[in-house]
Structure formats: C-alpha cells, structure tokens
Design a protein around this ligand. Structure first.
Ligand SMILES: Cc1cc2nc3c(=O)[nH]c(=O)nc-3n(C[C@H](O)[C@H](O)[C@H](O)COP(=O)(O)OP(=O)(O)OC[C@H]3O[C@@H](n4cnc5c(N)ncnc54)[C@H](O)[C@@H]3O)c2cc1C
Length: 458
C-alpha cells in the first residue's frame, strides 16, 4: 500500500483508541498531546497514603462494538480487573437515600405537591418533541415536578443563574433520566406506553428484569481495575498498546498551523519543535475552534460557558457506611455535591476507605467549598461514620469540563462544523470536545463510526 499518514490530535481515551483504529488503516500514525502525559480526563491521582482517585466517576463499560471492546478490555479477564455485571447506584433526594434506584422519588415531595404533580404527569400521554430541556420536562413530567425536581438539579449542575429555558436536550442530565412517582404496579403497566416509559423508572427489580428479557437486552458489563492504581491503570495499558502498534506519541506539543489544499488537509506544523507532519487524514479530539484557527479560518465563539469540576478525594480511618453502591447521585438541593464514587465497592477489595465527592461550579466559586463542610455533609447523609477521621485526601479542580448546553452552544458547534466541513473533507472532529456526546462509551462509539465512515469513503 502507498505510504500514508494519519495524525491524531488530543491524547485522551478517544484519541488513543482512534490512533489504534487508524494504525490498521494507515502506514504511519502520529498522536499529538498537549499535556506531558496521555489519558486526558481518564487519569488517577494518589494521596499521601497511596489511595488512588479518579477525576469523578470513571467506570468504563463495554461498547458492544467487537473491534472497540477488544482494544479497550483486552486483558479484562485477568485478576487486574473487577468485572461488574451490574453497576449499583442509588440517589439522595428528599433528605434520604434510595439505594435501589438512581432516580429521584417524587413521593418524597410535600404531599399536596406530589399529588398535584402526579395529576399532571398522568395527563401528559405523548412524547414531547421539544429540543429544549425545560419544555420537554414540562410537557412530560408536568410543571410541578419540573419546577420541584428538575430545576433544582439543573441549577446544581449548570449554576444558579443557568439560562433554564434555553438549555437543550443535547447533553442530557447525567444520570437523571427518569423519576419514580407512581406505585410499582401502576408504573409497570404504564411503562408499556412510550411516553411513560421515557419518564418513569421501574420501582421493582423484578419488573426491570422482566422488561429486559422481553426486549432481549443484555446487561452492560463495566470494568474497574483491582490494581490499586485507579482507572489510570486502564490508560497505562492502552498507552502500551498504542506504542506497541507503532504509533508515534508526541506529548507536550500542539499544532500551530494546518495547511490545506483542494479540500484536503495536507500537512501540520507543530508549535514547539516546528516539525512538519504530512497528513492524509486528521482525527481531531481537541477543541474544534483550535483546528479552525490553525487553518486560518474564523471560528464561531459565542457565549459558551464551561463548568469547573471541584472534586474532594477523601480517605477515612473507618469503612464507608455504604458497602454496596459503586457510585451515588446526590439530587437533593441541600447539598452542592452531585455525585459520589465509592472506591472500595468498585475495586471489590481495598486497603483504604476512600471516596470522591464531585461538585460542578464556576471557577470563581471554587473557594466557597471546603473539605470540612463536605465531610460534615457526608456524615449527615450517612455515608461516612460520624466517628471516622479523614486520614488523607486531595482536592482537584478541573476547569473546562462540561459545557452549559444552551441553544447558543449548539449553534456555535454547528457553525464550526459547517465551516470545517465546507473547507476540508479528510478531517474527523470527535471526542467530548466535539460537543456531540460526552460519556466514554458514546464518545468511543461515535469516534469508531466516524472513522469507519471516513476511511471507507477514501
Ligand atoms: C467530572 C467528570 C466526570 C465524568 N464522569 C463520567 C462518567 O461517569 N461516565 C462516563 O462515561 N464519562 C464521564 N466523563 C466523561 C469522560 O471523561 C469523557 O467521556 C472522556 O474523557 C472523553 O475522552 P476524550 O478523549 O474525548 O477527552 P479528554 O479526556 O478530555 O481528552 C482530550 C485530550 O486532548 C488534549 N488536548 C486538548 N487540547 C489540545 C490541543 N490543542 N493539542 C493537543 N492536545 C490537546 C487534552 O490534554 C486531553 O488529553 C466525565 C467527565 C468529567 C469532566
């Protein structure tokens, strides 16, 4: 075959997997990462006692695409991995835990509000078509449940001043996809109708299992390393595989300039070394506006707000009180925390009693949250033993994580795609920065499909 070269920009999980897929289709593949290590958000930190933490709940799952899963979990049958057939999650809402469901239970609202809300919910029998989150929820759950359950969650995730009415359905609401509201029997019957299936969660495990059997759905397998290195172990294994495949990895580097001719990117110039790379195919998993600027095109910018993730990693001298859940949602507006990751339950074995508590905020709010306050909340929520002492930990601030998914964000993204695709046709923009999706499995499936489509067309 002719000597061909693909360049991958961004060495997160998406870029690394793309590099491996492209190595089977191009003679040379070069991966450019601006940080000094690859892995992006899938990396782990250790505290002074050796307890490892991830940047929030990062529990990878099989994608169902054989070629991808072979790359991702090649050594998953070894003792280095805890294979999780059923991910256990619960939620804190209305001042108490429900450890059997990730969905908030509307019956914990004041009785009159709950009854009024149920009346509305039952009357909405069609699936709403709106792309606007508030409108969709108001026409599905009803205004009472939207205002009393959804709006506080939106404010917690996207800020007290989030433009509620212009948020789109694009990014979804993390684990909040349904509510519990009606008795178990009624729910199981109503869920046979699409509009109710979309808004109500099953109340009983048996109903859920019966539905899975009826739809012939298999359980998604999740994986977590048992090696004590956190999810960073996964990235280390992938990096070795990328290197073994012969991909050249260049870290601490950026692209300064992208040359293009006749609708094709032809070469790239690196910022630090000034090295010129020939390029037959460009896979871009960094922010798209950087590619446009490097091509001499004007990117659309608009009013795009990115949330900061503030993560309190904590290790205690006594076991955590929840010994079952892998991760937990905190939907109750009384706490700024939105999610907890319980590592001893994830690894299946641990010398530490450690967890991560995630908060989303704006950069200037970071200092308003303190470790002692977070620990007090965890004690009052019954996750940490009141007698337990925090023996080690770390606090991480990660800027530019999730975009506030407004109509303007969507329009800016769309405009940038159009500018790019009108100019060149041998570039794929993918990964979480593309704004198309953000979850690990969705990001990787989207990248896989884009690569297949683009390389088949060559
Ligand atoms: C707080 C938090 C919690 C999350 N929880 C979950 C979860 O529970 N489940 C789930 O499935 N997903 C979760 N995610 C999403 C998950 O992190 C993403 O799906 C995944 O990281 C996507 O990988 P990526 O390679 O697209 O992006 P990233 O991991 O962000 O990697 C992008 C890479 O590009 C590099 N880069 C950026 N700009 C340039 C440039 N100009 N030149 C070169 N390199 C550049 C970056 O340094 C980085 O290494 C979470 C994300 C966050 C922030």
């Amino acid at each position: 075959m002719a000597n061909t070269q693909a360049v991958v920009v961004g060495g997160g999980i998406c870029g690394m997997v793309a590099a491996l897929l492209l190595k089977q289709r191009f003679t040379n593949v070069v991966l450019i990462e601006q940080a000094d290590t690859v892995g992006g958000l899938f990396c782990s930190v250790k505290d002074s006692s050796g307890a490892a933490y991830d940047m929030g709940s990062h529990i990878p799952n099989a994608t169902g695409v054989a070629e991808l899963d072979e790359i991702l979990f090649a050594d998953a049958d070894t003792s280095s991995w805890h294979k999780i057939a059923r991910l256990c999650s619960g939620n804190y809402f209305g001042g108490s835990w429900d450890l059997n469901s990730p969905f908030p239970d509307a019956s914990k609202l004041p009785q009159d509000m709950y009854q009024q809300g149920c009346g509305e919910l039952i009357n909405h029998t069609d699936l709403p078509e709106s792309n606007l989150l508030y409108d969709y929820c108001a026409n599905s759950l009803g205004v009472v449940f939207t205002e009393s359950i959804v709006v506080p969650i939106l404010r917690k995730l996207y800020g007290q001043d989030a433009p509620l009415k212009s948020l789109t359905m694009a990014a979804g609401l993390f684990g909040f996809t349904r509510i519990l509201a009606l008795p178990a029997d009624v729910t199981a019957t109503l869920k046979q109708l699409p509009a109710f299936d979309a808004k109500l969660g099953y109340q009983r495990e048996a109903d859920f299992q019966q539905r899975k059997a009826q739809d012939n759905l298999s359980e998604v397998t999740y994986y977590y390393p048992t090696t004590g290195e956190g999810i960073g172990y996964w990235v280390t294994q992938l990096q070795k595989r990328v290197e073994r495949a012969g991909v050249e990895i260049i870290t601490s580097e950026r692209v300064a300039n992208i040359a293009h001719h006749d609708k094709k990117v032809t070469s790239l110039v690196l910022a630090n070394s000034e090295r010129v790379l020939d390029c037959d195919f460009l896979f871009w998993s960094a922010p798209p506006f950087i590619a446009l600027a490097a091509m001499g095109l004007t990117p659309a910018r608009g009013q795009v707000t990115l949330r900061t993730a503030l993560i309190f990693h904590l290790n205690f001298d006594r076991p955590l009180l929840d010994k079952k859940s892998h991760y937990l949602w905190v939907w109750d507006p009384s706490s700024a925390i939105f999610r907890l990751t319980l590592y001893p339950n994830l690894t299946g074995q641990s010398n530490h009693n450690h967890l991560s508590a995630e908060i989303l905020c704006s950069p200037d709010e970071v200092d308003s949250f303190t470790q002692p306050e977070v620990i007090d909340e965890l004690v009052s929520m019954g996750i940490v033993d009141p007698q337990a002492k925090c023996v080690s930990g770390q606090t991480q601030v990660i800027n530019n994580t999730f975009p506030v998914p407004t109509t303007e964000f969507q329009a800016v993204n769309q405009q940038n795609y159009e500018t790019l695709s009108n100019c060149v046709d041998n570039v794929v923009v993918s990964g979480r920065f593309s704004g198309k999706c953000w979850r690990q499995a969705e990001v990787l499936i989207e990248a896989y499909e884009s690569i297949m489509q683009a390389t088949d067309a060559r």
